[in-house]
Structures are given as C-alpha cells and as structure tokens.
Write a protein that binds this ligand. Structure first.
Ligand code: KIV
Ligand code: ZN
Length: 564
C-alpha cells in the first residue's frame, strides 16, 4: 500500500534567531574521508587489503589529513590494514588515522591494539541516542544511554594511557543524532566531554551524524546551530558533521551545517555509503572550488578518482554524477551547444571563468573540450559547426551551418542515436563536398580556367571566363560573361547545359591561419527552381568558389539523370 498517512512530519527545531542563513562558506572545512570504514561497510563485497591500499594512496595524494581507516575491532581485514599502515610506515607525518569503535570495553581494547605504534590517531567512539534506538533497540532510558556514553568515554581515556607514545585525539558520535532530541544530544555529548576534559590546545571532536537523513537540510542546520550554541566548552571542541543521503540532500545538509558552525566534514569519495550513501566529498569540495574557494583537496585528476573508486567499490559512476560524471560537461541540446561555442570562443586564458552551461572549466579536472559538444537528434547548428571547426578546421557561414546540421539531424534520427565527429565529417563530405547524387561518368571536374576583365563592356558583362570541364570522356570548354567571375562561370554553365542558374548564397572562409591556409567556398545555387548547396576547398578562393559551383551543378545533373 502506497500510504503517506503511515508517516509523520519531522518536528521543527525550536531555534530563535537562527544565524546560519546569513552566513557564507569562505574556507574549506577540515575533511575526514570515511571511504575505508563507512563506505567499505556498505559494500556488497567489502574491500580487500589491496583495494584499501589503493583507496588509501588516492586519499593521501588528494591531500586528506584525517582518514578513518576502518573498524578494526569488528573486522580482521580492517585490523590487518591498520597494522600494515603502521608497521610499513605508510602514514605521512601530517596525516592522522581514525578508527571507529562502539562504546564497549572489549572492542575499545582491541582498537588500541590495532592502533599501537601510530604517531597520532583518533579514536572514534559512538553509541546511539535517538528515541527509536533507545526504546526499541537498546531498551534503555536516557540515563542508560548517557551511562553507555560515559563508560565508553572513560574506557577510551584509560586505554590511551597505556600507549603514551601516541598523540591521541578522542572523537564521540551521538549516533542517530539527526533523529535525537537536540537537547538530549547536547546532554550526552556534554557528559562525554566532562570525562575527556578537552582544552583549546587538546581539542576533542564531536561528530554529529545524520545517520539517517530524515528532514530537510535546513532542519539539520538548525540542529547543528542549536548544538553549537548549547554545548559546553565549545572552544575546546571540533564540531564534525557526518551526513547520509537518504533524501538526496547530504551535501546540502553538510554545507548548511558549516554555515551553522561546524568545522569538519566526514564523507566519502563519490558518496558511497550505507543505503543512498554518505555525503560525497568530491561534490562538496568541487562546489567550493567552483565558488572560488580553495577546497584544500586535489581534484584535478577526475579520471584517477573515479577509476579508483569504481575499481575498489565495484560501483559504476553515474554518467551524470555531479562534477565527475562522464556526461556532465557534454551538451546535446542545440541551444546549449550554440551558447557554449560562443562563450568558449571569447573566454580568455586567465580571465574569470564565464561560460554558459559550463559551471567550471572541464580542463581543471583533466577533461578536454572534445566531449563537451556531442551530437544527437536534439543538437543544432552550433554543435555541428563546433565539431567541424574544432576537429576538422572547417569554418562555415551561418546559413551553411543550418544546411549541414539538418543533414546531420536526419542521419541521427535515422540511426536513432549519437553521431560522432567522424560521422559528421563524412556527412559533410558526402553531401556537400563530393555529392554522391550523380553518376561517376557524368562527374565534371574543373580544369584550367582563365578570367579576364573586359574593359568598356556594358555594366552586366565585366568579366569573361573560359574554363575546361573534365570528364572521363573528355574535356568540355565553356565560356561566359558576368558581373564577376562567379556570375560569368554560372552563365557559361547555364548556356552549356541549358539550365537556369542563380546564386542564392555565397561565402568564402579562409581555413587556417598560416601561409599554407586554404580557402573554402560555400555556395547555394538555384538550378531550374531547386536549391543545391555545396562546399569546396582549394589553394585559392576563386578556384574553391568555381569548384563549389561546379559541384552544385554536378548534383543537379546527377539528380536529373537518376530521375530520367
Ligand atoms: O552514520 C553514522 O551514524 C555513522 C557513525 C558511526 C558515525 O557512521
Ligand atoms: Zn555513517
């Protein structure tokens, strides 16, 4: 039964004069990657030590300083991995590893055994605090839950004293914080801090998890702001946030939590984690980056990030995953392509990025522009023109772009799919440069030609052309007069083939900027009432123009032959 009355709205947080909506994020938070713990716990096939090593290498290279490396008291693989990190001296001096443990004595002891020998480490202890967990899972009242937290905190402290060579940081999570009465979350956390007695020089971390995201990100921000306002010893505590993505707002909730006073963010690369995942650090860090804030993480190698995460989690990246999906810098829509093409053409190298439909420069994360514009039946002239220009150096006038894009669109509709750059070039060649509408034995090629300016003739007969048209059967000579060489040529063709020719559109574009630049001419002729569009490339612009006119005539003749 699809029945919404089974559910109830999340109660609003009683917060007077909330400040977070007025705040702005101005710097990156302290990141903590939990791929190797929370992300790993959520995998169908948890990572092997080898896979954990690969993720570890990536996290270190990206610049993470806090990394939760596992739940060593619950998993032998995690225990072995932590031992490998320490025994093989894999932890850079500015990186602190973190291990999760439930607030239970034996598990805390085992966690310290795993961490033995680390220069510095965070022991992350948690117990669940929400009414559902209290009443149905642990069957404890509030005091019972506080006692579990206090006992865990004491044990964490006692065990740390056995390993004085390690610089310990303690972290406490009131698990299911997002579903806990915020006053109670403060009460439990205060009780834990009372045991640990953190100071401004030796801070403890309180991690506030949206274990299940059960309200809007604004409600979570209210919870965090309330917590920050009411927790004692705020200056001795790092407030950390750990959001899950049940409502699809884990990133939004984490960002708003920063506005509400949090200092640190836990999450995973690409958002793997229980159910709908953990907060995606890549997305949040790129959100900051795209606002001109240094994310303090190196995200420049998107391919390495996605390939490593995919290989180790066996979860494919959605092609439209924010910032890193395969299709996120690709435009199929004609109007988007047109706008991108225009903006890219004037975007200067070191100027502030301002390109329609591209919130960042794809090159920043190792993408090129080749995939930015891809063509399907939704694409328009801008995209097709962009591909021909960027990939094949063919610069077309606007009216020609329309002609070519119609041909490409038809092809795409017929093929029911995407058309790649090579296809587009072939369509252009076949339909406009070497039209296949005519039979080969009737194909006229431009031979030698001479153009002479005729002095003193009437206004309409200024140029005279004499040209040879070659076919496999022999050479045909035509002559004509006209206002210019092109008109003269058309007049010669018109007379020779006994057809009516008008030039409807004409343009020349130089292709390339160097001394070996070639000329390309584009013509649209009306021959006996029908339109024919052609393009031709030659060393000189007159030759290219005459060739294009002759190709259009070839097209007409071929069609006539076919029809006969
Ligand atoms: O989601 C969660 O509540 C957790 C805690 C153990 C921090 O992963
Ligand atoms: Zn979690």
């Amino acid at each position: 039964m699809f029945d919404h009355t089974k559910y109830q709205p999340f109660p609003a947080i009683k917060l007077q004069n909330r400040t977070w909506p007025q705040n702005q994020i101005t710097q990156a938070p302290l990141w903590c990657a939990v791929d190797l713990r929370d992300g790993n716990q959520a995998l169908v096939e948890p990572m092997s030590v080898l896979e954990k090593q690969k993720i570890w290498g990536l996290l270190i290279d990206m610049g993470f300083k806090h990394i939760e490396v596992g739940f060593p008291s619950a998993s032998q693989t995690d225990f072995d991995f932590v031992r490998w990190l320490i025994e093989e001296d894999q932890i850079p001096s500015d990186v602190t590893i973190q291990a999760l443990v439930q607030a239970r004595d034996a598990l805390i002891e085992r966690t310290y055994e795993a961490l033995k020998g680390a220069k510095q480490a965070i022991v992350h202890v948690y117990n669940s605090t929400s009414p559902t967990q209290r009443n149905k899972v642990f069957k404890q009242d509030k005091q019972g839950i506080i006692n579990i937290a206090i006992n865990g905190a004491k044990k964490v402290q006692q065990e740390s004293e056995k390993y004085p060579d390690t610089q310990w940081t303690f972290q406490y999570s009131p698990e299911s914080f997002s579903s806990t009465e915020v006053e109670f979350a403060v009460e439990v956390s205060d009780a834990v801090m009372n045991i640990w007695q953190p100071s401004a020089d030796k801070k403890a971390i309180i991690n506030l998890p949206a274990t299940v995201e059960c309200a809007g990100p604004n409600v979570f921000a209210d919870q965090v702001e309330y917590f920050c306002q009411h927790i004692k010893q705020r200056n001795s505590i790092i407030i950390s946030i750990h959001t899950h993505n049940d409502r699809g707002c884990a990133v939004a909730a984490a960002e708003m939590a920063i506005l509400a006073g949090a200092d640190r963010i836990e999450g995973t690369l690409m958002g793997n984690g229980e159910r709908t995942g953990n907060m995606d650090i890549v997305t949040m860090a790129m959100n900051l980056y795209s606002q001109g804030i240094d994310p303090q993480l190196d995200l420049s190698d998107a391919a390495r990030i996605t390939n490593t995460v995919e290989a180790c989690t066996k979860i494919a990246t959605h092609p439209r995953h924010p910032w890193m999906g395969e299709l996120v810098y690709t435009a199929f829509s004609g109007s988007h392509q047109d706008a991108i093409k225009k903006c890219l053409a004037i975007q200067e190298d070191n100027a502030t990025w301002d390109v329609a439909y591209l919130p960042i420069d794809p090159k920043d994360i190792g993408r090129d522009y080749q995939s930015v514009i891809r063509i399907n039946s939704q694409s328009g002239k801008g995209g097709v023109a962009y591909i021909l220009e960027s990939e094949f150096g063919i610069i077309m006038p606007r009216w020609m772009q329309i002609e070519v894009s119609v041909a490409v669109q038809k092809h795409s509709e017929k093929m029911e799919g995407e058309v790649n750059a090579e296809d587009i070039h072939q369509i252009f060649q076949r339909q406009f440069v070497k039209p296949s509408h005519h039979m080969p034995d009737e194909y006229y090629q431009l031979g030698d030609y001479q153009v002479q300016r005729q002095q003193g003739l009437s206004q309409h007969h200024k140029e005279h052309i004499q040209a040879n048209l070659n076919t496999p059967q022999g050479c045909h000579e035509i002559t004509g007069y006209g206002d210019g060489a092109l008109q003269a040529f058309c007049q010669g063709l018109s007379q020779y083939f006994n057809i009516e020719i008008d030039i409807v559109q004409f343009a020349q574009e130089s292709q390339g900027r160097h001394s070996d630049a070639q000329a390309m001419a584009f013509v649209q002729l009306k021959i006996n009432g029908n339109r024919y569009t052609c393009a031709a490339k030659q060393q000189d612009s007159l030759g290219a123009s005459l060739m294009a006119i002759l190709q259009a005539t070839n097209m007409y003749l071929g069609q006539q032959k076919k029809a006969a």
